[in-house]
Design a protein around this ligand. Structure first.
Ligand code: MF3
Ligand code: CO
Ligand code: CO
Length: 273
């Protein structure tokens, strides 16, 4: 399968799907407090999606070689890099958790976004990790415009992250998205400027860097999904879905509750209402 270019109707469908995914995170935000379990977060999200009229893209999701994913979303706590399965884990003060939501609209469009949440007061190291990972995502987003190359995104992220003494996970990447969850191209969060696919208006893909305080190596848990840092150091991730426009980009997964865009970001093509 090759890279799909979305037409006006496709872009309209993706704007809706992506906004709804972001609104699930907005809804969850006040609930992410010490004492809640990750399964309770999952239940709240499932109810929210039902009210929206969307479906979870993750529940039952089964790429080749994987067991069916059992959650309506992913909850990745502390040293969990990604794909954490909701369960009886109780969040406690000082934890950091990534909540990753992907919805499917009745029209069949997918919206994919994740945020970090700090549970109560967190250590300076944990807060710095979350902030720098957020900034790295936005530095990647800022590379997006027609004529740029995918490698520009990865290069911007890797240079910034490693410049702060942190590491970029290599095994998972951003991805094209549309009427399928994971489409071409793969959007690496490391690489060389000027290399890779040239961006064209109408391409839609995610940028979702995973950043570790320690070493970049990961391992998979026996559940077949949960990915953790090999050295058990803290890991953070943020994710937006981005449309390539003739002049730059549009961040499709913004909503009222999205955290503020960093000060260094210039020329937002689209800002929250
Ligand atoms: N939402 C994740 C992504 O950003 C994928 C999760 S797949 C799951 O691509 F099965 F683990 F939920
Ligand atoms: Co994604
Ligand atoms: Co995601």
């Amino acid at each position: 399968m090759s890279i799909t270019i979305k037409d006006e109707a496709g872009v309209a469908g993706m704007r809706v799907a992506c906004r709804l995914a972001a609104e699930v995170l907005d809804f969850l935000t006040p609930h992410i407090q010490p004492g809640i379990t990750t399964l309770e977060i999952d239940r709240l999200a499932a109810d929210c999606m039902a009210r929206q009229g969307t479906r979870s893209a993750t529940i039952g999701y089964q790429p080749p070689g994987y067991p069916p994913y059992p959650g309506h979303l992913c909850t990745s706590v502390n040293h969990v890099v990604c794909h954490g399965i909701p369960g009886d884990k109780v969040l406690k003060k000082g934890d950091i958790v990534n909540v990753d939501v992907t919805v499917i609209t009745p029209e069949g469009w997918y919206g994919d976004t994740s945020r970090m949440f700090e549970v109560g007061d967190c250590s300076i190291a944990a807060r710095r990790l979350c902030q720098l990972t957020y900034d790295s995502m936005w530095l990647g987003i800022e590379q997006v415009r027609a004529g740029a190359h995918l490698g520009d995104i990865g290069h911007a992220i890797q240079t910034f992250v490693e410049g702060h003494g942190l590491s970029v996970v290599r095994e998972f990447c951003g991805h094209g998205i549309g009427q399928n969850f994971h489409e071409e191209p793969q959007v690496l969060h490391y690489g060389q400027a000027g290399t890779g696919v040239e961006l064209e208006p109408g391409m839609i893909f995610t940028i979702e860097p995973m950043v570790n305080i320690g070493r970049r190596e990961i391992k998979e848990m026996p559940d077949g999904w949960t990915i953790v840092t090999k050295d058990r150091s803290l890991s953070a991730q943020w994710e937006h879905t981005i449309l390539v426009t003739p002049g730059g980009y549009e961040v499709l997964t913004l909503s009222e509750g999205s955290p503020a865009v960093p000060d260094f970001v210039q020329g937002m093509a689209h800002t929250p209402a």
